[in-house]
Design a protein around this ligand. Structure first.
Ligand SMILES: [Zn+2]
Length: 210
């Protein structure tokens, strides 16, 4: 492939985004996948993590029947999701109307929704390629990246079982239905505010004394 494209093999496996390198990488990923019948994950081993984006430059597209569900359950309208994911609003609309999307677009949207790409396209190979670790939320059953969970204080690898989206929803419901809890939250925020005022005042005093 490199000989045909006239590029250094090391460039092919590098993170270079040069157009000729990307095209060669893309073609190599395609050949490995189609002719050698390798899975996307295995292609990634040969071409490195860049295979994902290389593969996403137009050779393969995915439909996302799950997008509407995940967008609405996250409480976003099309415009909000588009802004968060950094993709045009029309792209989101098109995918929701059944048009296929490139791997890179699916990845950006999955990132913005805090779900694994497989939640959107039902192809677990994309999860293997992303390099992230995922786990299922015990509340919403969604497969989400670890950054969607709160780490347990003092633990190296422990995370709470409920995702941040579910935690926020519970917190909100709790706040509105439980007057005692509401009083605790109000008091806590008042204390934090006082503390911040106190801290900034002592910084000013220190600066004035110096
Ligand atoms: Zn959840």
């Amino acid at each position: 492939m490199c000989a045909v494209a006239g590029i250094n093999p090391l460039l092919l496996v590098s993170k270079s985004r040069r157009p000729d390198v990307s095209t060669a990488r893309c073609a190599a990923a395609y050949l490995l996948r189609e002719l050698c019948a390798l899975r996307l994950q295995e292609v990634g081993i040969f071409i490195g993590g860049v295979a994902q984006s290389a593969y996403g430059t137009g050779l393969r597209a995915y439909r996302s029947p799950g997008l509407v569900h995940w967008r609405t359950s996250s409480g976003f309208n099309v415009q909000q999701l588009a802004r968060r994911a950094g993709v045009p609003r029309e792209t989101i609309s098109r995918i929701e109307h059944g048009r296929p999307a490139q791997v890179e677009t699916i990845r950006l949207i999955a990132d913005a929704l805090l779900v694994a790409p497989s939640a959107l396209v039902r192809d677990v190979e994309l999860d293997h390629l992303s390099g992230e670790h995922y786990r299922v939320c015990r509340d919403c059953d969604a497969l989400r990246p670890l950054r969607a969970y709160v780490r347990i204080k003092g633990s190296i690898s422990g995370y709470y079982g409920r995702c941040k989206v579910c935690r926020a929803r519970h917190e909100k419901a709790h706040y509105h239905t439980d007057a005692r809890y509401r009083a605790i939250v109000v008091e806590r925020s008042r204390r934090n505010q006082m503390q911040r005022k106190h801290e900034s005042a002592s910084t000013v005093n220190l600066a004035a004394g110096a």
